[in-house]
Ligand binder design. Structure first.
Ligand code: HEC
Ligand code: HEC
Length: 283
């Protein structure tokens, strides 16, 4: 180390090696130092306010009394408050009015998802896609009508469409020709359809009647889909022979939509009606 600084006027510290390698005194920029000290103050302050220093068994609690669970509970309370506001509004409204208000309808759909999952999905599928023996709720083909009032009534009162078993009323040839006409989508082309009384329930045009829940036989959409290796024609014949919910025929098809009026509140039924209508097929 030199006795006298050989580089006068330079901001070196006086530490010099190998004649000319020197240590300079270049302080970091002011902004950097401010940020540096500020972060230390922040760190200490944070530790005073919030749980932090691991002293003893548990970290210090901090003077704010903040805990994760408290923050969570406050969050839940906030959500509840928003919900309560919607829920009070819903109480005074009909399902139809809810449907007409996009904000409320969205809220209803979101809040009825669990209700549908718990009560309806076991039969109708999570997305209302139906299944063997259970009608699709997500299309615009309805047995009992697809207006919001129809749907609400279906859920509240339940439904049970009844078709008489025709196995003993019709000849094999008549069942055969009726079934073929139906599979072709033209039930009216077979005179039996009128002569044997099918029109009494399925209508003059074969399109069904919502009050009876008699299926539309012209649209190619089947309430009862073939099972196993059964063909559609055989499945239709089966329906004609054994009917639906006909107590006099043990092989009759069963189709009962249970009533929810005594199991769910009116508000929940209203929400479910909106939910089902919003599957996209509501009329
Ligand atoms: C035990 C099975 C079962 C459950 C649970 C059930 N359904 Fe149904 N649902 C049916 C059957 C079967 C039918 C058809 C009845 C018929 O064909 O006569 C039906 C029919 C319907 C219809 C009429 C469809 C149409 O085309 O007109 C609607 C709407 C409906 N269900 C909604 C619901 C809702 C909403 C829930 C939940 C609250 C629910 N269902 C729970 C079996 C069920
Ligand atoms: C008493 C009223 C009634 C009469 C009469 C009647 N049906 Fe039906 N039919 C129904 C109802 C109701 C359904 C739907 C049942 C349900 O899903 O709840 C139905 C369903 C059907 C289906 C099943 C449709 C599908 O989507 O799977 C066929 C096929 C059918 N009827 C054909 C006939 C033919 C053919 C005749 C005349 C021989 C006839 N029906 C007479 C009430 C009747």
């Amino acid at each position: 180390m030199a006795d006298k600084n050989p580089f006068p006027g330079e901001n070196n510290t006086g530490h010099i090696w190998d004649d000319n390698i020197r240590e300079l005194n270049n302080p970091p920029p002011r902004w950097w130092m401010i940020a540096f000290w500020a972060s230390i103050i922040w760190f200490i302050g944070y530790g005073v306010l919030y749980p932090m220093y691991p002293i003893g068994q548990e970290p210090t609690k901090g003077i704010m009394g903040w805990t994760q669970i408290k923050e969570y509970q406050e969050g839940v309370a906030e959500v509840e408050a928003v919900r309560a506001e919607y829920e009070t509004q819903l109480k005074g409204m009909s399902a139809k009015e809810i449907l007409a208000d996009p904000g409320l309808a969205d809220y209803t759909v979101a809040s009825a998802k669990v209700l549908f999952g718990d009560n309806c999905a076991p039969c109708h599928g999570g997305g209302g896609q139906g299944g063997p023996g259970y009608p699709v709720l997500a299309d615009d083909d309805w047995l009992f009508g697809g207006t919001i009032e129809n749907i609400e009534q279906t859920i509240s009162m339940g439904r049970k469409g009844i078709m008489t078993a025709h196995g003993k009323i019709l000849s094999e040839a008549e069942i055969d020709s009726l079934s073929k006409a139906i599979v072709d989508g033209k039930p009216m082309s077979d005179p039996n359809f009128t002569n044997k009384g099918c029109i009494a329930c399925h209508g003059m045009d074969g399109k069904g009647m919502a009050v009876l829940g008699s299926a539309n036989l012209t649209d190619g959409i089947y309430r009862f889909v073939p099972e196993g290796d059964q063909t559609l024609l055989e499945s239709v014949k089966y329906t004609i022979r054994h009917g639906v919910n006909d107590a006099t025929d043990p092989k009759s098809r069963e189709a009962v939509m249970p009533a929810f009026g005594d199991r769910l509140s009116q508000d929940d039924i209203k929400k479910l009606a909106v939910y089902v209508h919003k599957f996209g097929g509501g009329q």
